[in-house]
Design a protein around this ligand. Structure first.
Ligand code: ZN
Ligand code: ZN
Length: 294
């Protein structure tokens, strides 16, 4: 172990706080990586939301669709996610975004690749991969776009696992025109209004008649990816697909219009301290004073 490594890396798992048995470039323990929550049970064929009542949703015309997708058809063909936005997944995404835990992006990107691979049999053979952009003020503050770094690592993985699939990163295609207000505490309708017209396509000829895969870290109500997909469709995209690392599980209270189950923000505009009811907080990174000095 070199001195620089010791000075830079915490000796404890960022997510659970347990001591790490060996030096690793990613300070997340092996146990935590196996405990990322995955979605189970029937889910909506379009947006991927868990179906509360799959029997009701499996009528002849709306086979396998959730209520939201039956009421308003999404501007994307299908949205997939790797896991649920809770517990360790939530902590890992917070660590990536707010603690700048860049080494975690590779492994999280590989998880995103597994989500994207669910589309391999039905999605077009050639697609532009468009990470949801941050507004430039948010980008200046954070210094990186987590959706883009996840996409880069996912494509690395997919190039090996699906060499025939022509997925090309196009991270400057979509622009965020305005810094949307924080989505925390808003109802689903307010969220839609908040992000409406938030996106624009820099060069419509680049997306005209192209198939697009939109990438983001989190899918909560879907307001952000819907707005991004709408901008791409308006610019002439042939089809839009969506893959996120995690999705929030909707609850019946949510479908009645309450936002109580969403203490977080799919736009990445929230701060960890704004999570009033988070039941799983990341263990904080040890401060520099706790590190061995060399
Ligand atoms: Zn751990
Ligand atoms: Zn749906």
């Amino acid at each position: 172990m070199d001195a620089l490594g010791c000075a830079l890396l915490p000796a404890f798992c960022t997510l659970c706080g347990s001591p790490l048995p060996q030096l690793s470039s990613v300070p997340i323990c092996a146990a935590c990586w196996t405990e990322f929550p995955v979605q189970s049970g029937p889910s909506c064929a379009r947006c991927g939301d868990t179906l509360d009542n799959p029997i009701l949703a499996s009528g002849p015309t709306n086979s396998g669709l959730c209520r939201a997708c039956r009421l308003a058809s999404p501007p994307f063909v299908r949205a997939v996610a790797y896991g649920l936005y809770q517990d360790r997944m939530k902590a890992a995404i917070h660590a990536l975004k707010y603690d700048r835990l860049h080494p975690a992006a590779r492994r999280l990107g590989y998880m995103l690749a597994q989500a994207i691979a669910q589309l391999a049999s039905e999605a077009p053979a050639e697609m532009l991969v468009v990470p949801v952009p941050l507004h430039r003020s948010k980008y200046a503050e954070r210094g990186f776009n987590q959706a883009r770094s996840l996409a880069v690592h996912a494509l690395d993985c997919l190039r090996k696992s699906h060499p025939q699939w022509r997925l090309t990163l196009a991270s400057t295609t979509l622009m965020r025109l305005r810094a949307t207000e924080s989505q925390a505490g808003l109802t689903p309708r307010q969220r839609r209004l908040n992000v409406r017209a938030a996106f624009s396509v820099s060069d419509p000829s680049a997306v005209d008649s192209k198939h697009i895969l939109v990438i983001d870290d989190i899918f909560t109500t879907g307001a952000t990816v819907r707005a991004a997909a709408q901008a791409l469709v308006r610019a002439g995209a042939a089809s839009v697909w969506v893959a996120t690392l995690a999705r929030a599980r909707r609850t019946s209270s949510f479908s009645r219009g309450s936002s109580a189950s969403f203490e977080d923000v799919e736009d990445g505009l929230g701060k960890p301290g704004n999570s009033p009811t988070a039941d799983f907080q990341p263990a904080s990174l040890p401060s520099s004073q706790d590190q061995p000095s060399f």
